[in-house]
Write a protein that binds this ligand. Structure first.
Ligand SMILES: [Ca+2]
Length: 272
Protein backbone atom coordinates (compact mmCIF):
# COMPACT_ATOMS: atom_id res chain seq x y z
CA UNK A 1 0.00 0.00 0.00
CA UNK A 2 1.23 3.43 -0.81
CA UNK A 3 2.04 6.01 1.79
CA UNK A 4 0.69 9.52 1.50
CA UNK A 5 3.35 12.13 1.95
CA UNK A 6 1.53 15.04 3.36
CA UNK A 7 1.36 16.76 6.67
CA UNK A 8 -1.39 18.67 8.37
CA UNK A 9 -4.74 19.44 6.84
CA UNK A 10 -3.99 21.30 3.64
CA UNK A 11 -5.26 24.66 2.58
CA UNK A 12 -5.02 26.83 -0.47
CA UNK A 13 -3.03 25.13 -3.15
CA UNK A 14 -3.10 28.19 -5.34
CA UNK A 15 -1.31 30.35 -2.85
CA UNK A 16 0.79 27.82 -1.04
CA UNK A 17 2.09 25.42 -3.65
CA UNK A 18 5.36 27.08 -2.99
CA UNK A 19 8.10 24.71 -2.21
CA UNK A 20 7.58 22.76 -5.34
CA UNK A 21 11.24 22.05 -5.36
CA UNK A 22 9.98 18.99 -7.11
CA UNK A 23 10.40 21.35 -10.04
CA UNK A 24 13.95 20.19 -9.86
CA UNK A 25 13.04 16.60 -9.67
CA UNK A 26 13.32 16.17 -13.41
CA UNK A 27 10.63 13.59 -13.73
CA UNK A 28 12.37 11.05 -11.57
CA UNK A 29 9.49 11.56 -9.24
CA UNK A 30 10.73 8.86 -6.99
CA UNK A 31 13.50 11.21 -6.02
CA UNK A 32 10.91 13.63 -4.74
CA UNK A 33 10.52 11.92 -1.45
CA UNK A 34 10.68 14.29 1.45
CA UNK A 35 7.73 16.21 2.81
CA UNK A 36 9.47 19.51 2.15
CA UNK A 37 9.39 18.76 -1.56
CA UNK A 38 5.74 17.83 -1.76
CA UNK A 39 3.31 20.45 -3.01
CA UNK A 40 1.36 21.79 -0.08
CA UNK A 41 -2.06 20.26 0.02
CA UNK A 42 -1.25 17.34 -2.24
CA UNK A 43 -0.67 13.69 -1.47
CA UNK A 44 1.83 11.69 -3.47
CA UNK A 45 0.33 8.62 -5.09
CA UNK A 46 2.67 5.89 -6.27
CA UNK A 47 2.22 3.88 -9.43
CA UNK A 48 0.38 0.60 -8.88
CA UNK A 49 -2.31 -1.88 -9.87
CA UNK A 50 -5.86 -2.29 -8.56
CA UNK A 51 -9.20 -3.88 -9.35
CA UNK A 52 -11.55 -1.25 -10.86
CA UNK A 53 -15.33 -1.55 -10.88
CA UNK A 54 -17.86 -3.50 -8.83
CA UNK A 55 -19.78 -6.50 -10.16
CA UNK A 56 -22.30 -6.23 -7.30
CA UNK A 57 -23.65 -2.85 -8.39
CA UNK A 58 -26.92 -2.37 -10.23
CA UNK A 59 -25.14 0.03 -12.55
CA UNK A 60 -23.99 -2.01 -15.53
CA UNK A 61 -21.40 0.61 -16.43
CA UNK A 62 -19.45 -0.23 -13.26
CA UNK A 63 -18.90 -3.78 -14.54
CA UNK A 64 -16.89 -5.84 -15.05
CA UNK A 65 -14.27 -5.64 -12.37
CA UNK A 66 -11.02 -5.45 -14.29
CA UNK A 67 -7.34 -4.98 -13.56
CA UNK A 68 -6.03 -1.45 -14.00
CA UNK A 69 -2.43 -0.36 -13.73
CA UNK A 70 -1.46 3.25 -13.18
CA UNK A 71 2.07 3.32 -14.52
CA UNK A 72 3.23 6.68 -13.15
CA UNK A 73 3.34 8.42 -9.80
CA UNK A 74 1.19 11.51 -9.44
CA UNK A 75 -0.04 14.00 -6.86
CA UNK A 76 -3.65 14.42 -5.86
CA UNK A 77 -5.21 17.33 -4.03
CA UNK A 78 -5.93 16.14 -0.51
CA UNK A 79 -9.23 18.02 -0.60
CA UNK A 80 -11.79 19.20 -3.08
CA UNK A 81 -10.91 22.65 -4.43
CA UNK A 82 -12.30 25.19 -1.99
CA UNK A 83 -14.25 28.34 -2.69
CA UNK A 84 -11.27 30.39 -1.48
CA UNK A 85 -8.88 28.61 -3.82
CA UNK A 86 -11.20 28.97 -6.77
CA UNK A 87 -11.91 32.64 -6.12
CA UNK A 88 -8.22 33.45 -5.64
CA UNK A 89 -7.30 32.02 -9.00
CA UNK A 90 -10.40 32.71 -11.09
CA UNK A 91 -11.69 35.94 -9.54
CA UNK A 92 -15.19 34.62 -8.97
CA UNK A 93 -17.08 32.23 -6.75
CA UNK A 94 -20.11 30.58 -8.32
CA UNK A 95 -20.94 28.48 -5.24
CA UNK A 96 -24.41 28.39 -3.72
CA UNK A 97 -23.27 27.55 -0.21
CA UNK A 98 -21.54 30.79 0.72
CA UNK A 99 -22.27 33.78 2.90
CA UNK A 100 -23.15 34.18 6.56
CA UNK A 101 -25.64 31.35 6.46
CA UNK A 102 -22.77 28.93 5.84
CA UNK A 103 -19.91 29.42 8.34
CA UNK A 104 -16.38 29.15 6.98
CA UNK A 105 -17.77 28.91 3.47
CA UNK A 106 -14.39 29.90 2.03
CA UNK A 107 -13.17 26.47 3.06
CA UNK A 108 -16.15 24.61 1.70
CA UNK A 109 -15.80 23.11 -1.76
CA UNK A 110 -16.52 25.25 -4.77
CA UNK A 111 -19.69 24.02 -6.52
CA UNK A 112 -21.92 25.09 -9.36
CA UNK A 113 -18.86 24.71 -11.55
CA UNK A 114 -19.06 23.03 -14.93
CA UNK A 115 -16.45 20.63 -16.29
CA UNK A 116 -15.29 23.52 -18.46
CA UNK A 117 -14.94 25.76 -15.40
CA UNK A 118 -12.92 23.06 -13.64
CA UNK A 119 -10.69 22.68 -16.66
CA UNK A 120 -10.13 26.43 -16.80
CA UNK A 121 -9.09 26.39 -13.16
CA UNK A 122 -6.61 23.60 -13.82
CA UNK A 123 -5.15 25.45 -16.79
CA UNK A 124 -4.79 28.62 -14.75
CA UNK A 125 -3.13 26.71 -11.93
CA UNK A 126 -0.73 25.06 -14.36
CA UNK A 127 0.14 28.46 -15.84
CA UNK A 128 0.61 30.02 -12.42
CA UNK A 129 2.83 27.25 -11.13
CA UNK A 130 4.72 26.78 -14.40
CA UNK A 131 5.73 30.43 -14.19
CA UNK A 132 7.32 29.55 -10.85
CA UNK A 133 9.13 26.58 -12.34
CA UNK A 134 6.97 24.32 -10.26
CA UNK A 135 5.55 21.95 -12.84
CA UNK A 136 7.73 19.05 -13.98
CA UNK A 137 8.18 18.53 -17.69
CA UNK A 138 5.39 16.42 -19.11
CA UNK A 139 3.13 17.08 -16.13
CA UNK A 140 0.25 19.48 -15.57
CA UNK A 141 -2.43 20.28 -13.05
CA UNK A 142 -5.63 18.72 -14.39
CA UNK A 143 -8.71 16.78 -13.44
CA UNK A 144 -8.03 13.16 -12.47
CA UNK A 145 -8.88 10.34 -14.81
CA UNK A 146 -11.58 8.02 -13.53
CA UNK A 147 -8.95 5.35 -13.02
CA UNK A 148 -6.70 7.69 -11.02
CA UNK A 149 -9.71 8.74 -8.96
CA UNK A 150 -10.91 5.22 -8.11
CA UNK A 151 -7.34 4.02 -7.46
CA UNK A 152 -6.79 6.88 -5.03
CA UNK A 153 -10.22 6.44 -3.46
CA UNK A 154 -9.82 2.73 -2.82
CA UNK A 155 -6.29 2.86 -1.40
CA UNK A 156 -6.06 -0.88 -1.90
CA UNK A 157 -9.51 -1.63 -0.49
CA UNK A 158 -11.97 -3.86 -2.34
CA UNK A 159 -14.98 -3.04 -0.15
CA UNK A 160 -17.88 -0.89 -1.33
CA UNK A 161 -16.43 2.17 0.40
CA UNK A 162 -12.83 2.73 1.44
CA UNK A 163 -13.99 2.58 5.07
CA UNK A 164 -15.63 -0.84 4.71
CA UNK A 165 -19.01 -2.18 3.66
CA UNK A 166 -21.08 0.69 5.00
CA UNK A 167 -20.86 4.47 5.17
CA UNK A 168 -22.16 6.48 8.12
CA UNK A 169 -22.81 10.15 8.82
CA UNK A 170 -19.68 10.20 10.97
CA UNK A 171 -17.57 9.24 7.97
CA UNK A 172 -18.78 11.45 5.12
CA UNK A 173 -21.20 14.26 4.28
CA UNK A 174 -23.91 12.46 2.34
CA UNK A 175 -27.65 11.75 2.44
CA UNK A 176 -28.45 15.18 3.99
CA UNK A 177 -26.51 14.13 7.12
CA UNK A 178 -25.95 17.80 7.99
CA UNK A 179 -28.91 19.14 6.05
CA UNK A 180 -28.87 20.81 2.67
CA UNK A 181 -25.29 22.02 2.55
CA UNK A 182 -21.70 21.14 1.85
CA UNK A 183 -19.25 20.74 4.71
CA UNK A 184 -15.90 22.42 5.20
CA UNK A 185 -13.36 20.28 3.36
CA UNK A 186 -11.47 17.89 5.60
CA UNK A 187 -14.23 17.69 8.21
CA UNK A 188 -14.12 13.89 8.15
CA UNK A 189 -11.21 11.48 8.50
CA UNK A 190 -9.06 11.07 5.38
CA UNK A 191 -8.56 7.78 3.61
CA UNK A 192 -5.36 5.78 4.00
CA UNK A 193 -3.52 7.95 1.48
CA UNK A 194 -4.47 11.24 3.13
CA UNK A 195 -7.34 12.18 0.83
CA UNK A 196 -10.43 13.81 2.33
CA UNK A 197 -14.05 13.63 1.20
CA UNK A 198 -13.52 11.07 -1.57
CA UNK A 199 -16.93 9.84 -0.45
CA UNK A 200 -19.54 12.58 -0.40
CA UNK A 201 -19.55 16.35 0.12
CA UNK A 202 -19.50 17.14 -3.61
CA UNK A 203 -19.27 14.86 -6.63
CA UNK A 204 -15.95 15.40 -8.38
CA UNK A 205 -15.50 15.97 -12.09
CA UNK A 206 -13.11 13.62 -13.82
CA UNK A 207 -11.32 14.23 -17.10
CA UNK A 208 -12.82 11.24 -18.88
CA UNK A 209 -15.81 10.96 -21.10
CA UNK A 210 -18.26 8.28 -20.02
CA UNK A 211 -17.74 4.93 -21.70
CA UNK A 212 -17.97 1.21 -21.06
CA UNK A 213 -15.29 -0.76 -19.26
CA UNK A 214 -13.00 -3.28 -20.96
CA UNK A 215 -13.06 -6.87 -19.74
CA UNK A 216 -9.30 -7.34 -19.76
CA UNK A 217 -6.44 -5.69 -17.97
CA UNK A 218 -5.52 -2.17 -19.06
CA UNK A 219 -2.83 0.37 -18.27
CA UNK A 220 -3.52 4.07 -17.78
CA UNK A 221 -7.07 4.00 -19.19
CA UNK A 222 -8.50 7.31 -20.34
CA UNK A 223 -11.69 7.76 -22.35
CA UNK A 224 -12.21 10.63 -24.78
CA UNK A 225 -15.07 11.53 -27.10
CA UNK A 226 -18.77 11.32 -26.36
CA UNK A 227 -21.05 13.99 -24.97
CA UNK A 228 -20.74 13.40 -21.21
CA UNK A 229 -18.02 13.70 -18.58
CA UNK A 230 -17.74 11.48 -15.54
CA UNK A 231 -18.35 12.54 -11.95
CA UNK A 232 -17.33 10.43 -8.94
CA UNK A 233 -17.86 9.97 -5.23
CA UNK A 234 -21.37 11.24 -4.56
CA UNK A 235 -22.43 14.44 -2.83
CA UNK A 236 -24.13 15.83 0.27
CA UNK A 237 -27.60 14.88 -0.94
CA UNK A 238 -26.86 11.37 -2.20
CA UNK A 239 -27.48 8.11 -0.41
CA UNK A 240 -24.43 6.06 0.49
CA UNK A 241 -25.03 3.88 -2.56
CA UNK A 242 -24.03 6.75 -4.83
CA UNK A 243 -20.92 7.42 -2.79
CA UNK A 244 -19.39 3.98 -3.40
CA UNK A 245 -15.83 3.75 -4.61
CA UNK A 246 -16.91 2.24 -7.93
CA UNK A 247 -20.04 4.30 -8.66
CA UNK A 248 -19.93 6.17 -11.93
CA UNK A 249 -22.18 8.98 -12.94
CA UNK A 250 -21.92 11.64 -15.60
CA UNK A 251 -23.09 15.07 -16.59
CA UNK A 252 -23.09 17.32 -19.58
CA UNK A 253 -19.75 19.17 -19.34
CA UNK A 254 -21.60 22.48 -19.32
CA UNK A 255 -23.81 21.47 -16.40
CA UNK A 256 -23.12 23.30 -13.11
CA UNK A 257 -24.99 22.23 -9.97
CA UNK A 258 -24.63 22.66 -6.23
CA UNK A 259 -23.49 19.12 -5.48
CA UNK A 260 -20.68 18.85 -8.04
CA UNK A 261 -17.18 20.26 -7.61
CA UNK A 262 -13.73 18.88 -8.33
CA UNK A 263 -10.22 18.17 -7.09
CA UNK A 264 -6.94 18.52 -8.95
CA UNK A 265 -4.08 16.19 -9.72
CA UNK A 266 -0.53 16.98 -10.81
CA UNK A 267 -0.05 14.24 -13.34
CA UNK A 268 1.09 13.48 -16.89
CA UNK A 269 -0.43 15.72 -19.56
CA UNK A 270 -3.59 14.33 -21.19
CA UNK A 271 -5.75 15.80 -23.92
CA UNK A 272 -9.46 15.12 -23.33
CA1 LIG B 1 -16.14 14.42 -2.79
Amino acid sequence: MNSPLHGSLPRAIGSTVVALSCAAFSLTLGACSSNSEIPSGFAQIQAGTFQMGDDALLDESAKPVHTVTISYPFWMGATEVTQAEYAALMGSNPSQFQGSEYPDSANRPVEQVSWHDARSYCKALTAQQSARGAVPSGYEFRLPTEAEWEYACRTGTTTSWNVGNSLSCSQANHNFCIGKQTSVVGSYAPNAWGLYDMHGNVWEWCLDSHGGYPSGAVTDPFVTGGPYRVIRGGGWLNSSYYCRSAIRYYNDPGFAVNNVGFRVVLAPVLVP
